[in-house]
Design a protein around this ligand. Structure first.
Ligand SMILES: [Zn+2]
Ligand SMILES: [Zn+2]
Length: 169
């Protein structure tokens, strides 16, 4: 069995980060109002549990999460926005786009201006600053789409398929 050690370490680190964020939100709810902080706690607990299952999946030799669709599916029906990326100093990076989740206060996916992914980048950039949701028609459907709430035409931004194992864990 070939274990993806790098991804296991990465997942453990992410899980720990969410656990620390949860402790912070539970104890320092000055920054958030009551409802907002309850909601965020639920999202974080869900995320920590998901990492529990994902780690088990990886430890059984499972494949790593796929950029794009698998992440969008984790934020199904949350409030998403499309923003420019930021570098480590917090300066705007116009070559990177973030899909940001308002519900989780977290980055869903980042999209770099790369030759191989230029179409994807441009499709997303067309909806910069717009409010977006990710949605699947039903649980049995592998296709998840990013849908713009602000545009009347081109509502569907991108669609992609979640990994085969995604709904099993
Ligand atoms: Zn979310
Ligand atoms: Zn739009």
């Amino acid at each position: 069995m070939n274990l993806d050690i790098e991804e296991i370490k990465h997942a453990e680190k992410s899980q720990k980060m969410y656990q620390e964020f949860l402790i912070y939100v539970e104890h320092e709810n000055v920054e958030f109002d009551r409802n907002e902080s309850k909601n965020l706690e639920l999202q974080l607990k869900e995320k920590i549990n998901w990492f529990e299952r994902y780690l088990k999946h990886l430890e059984e030799g499972g494949k790593r999460i796929k950029a794009g669709a698998d992440y969008w599916a984790q934020h199904e029906n949350h409030y998403l926005t499309i923003e420019y990326g930021e570098d480590e100093q917090g300066d705007i990076e116009q070559d990177i786009l973030f899909i940001w989740c308002e519900t989780c206060s977290d980055i869903v996916s980042s999209h770099a201006h790369e030759k191989s992914k230029i179409n994807e980048f441009n499709e997303i950039k067309n909806h910069l600053g717009h409010s977006v949701i990710s949605s699947r028609e039903n649980r049995n459907q592998k296709t998840v789409c990013l849908i713009c709430n602000d545009c009347e035409n081109t509502r569907t931004i991108l669609c992609s398929e979640v990994s085969d194992w995604f709904d099993e864990i």
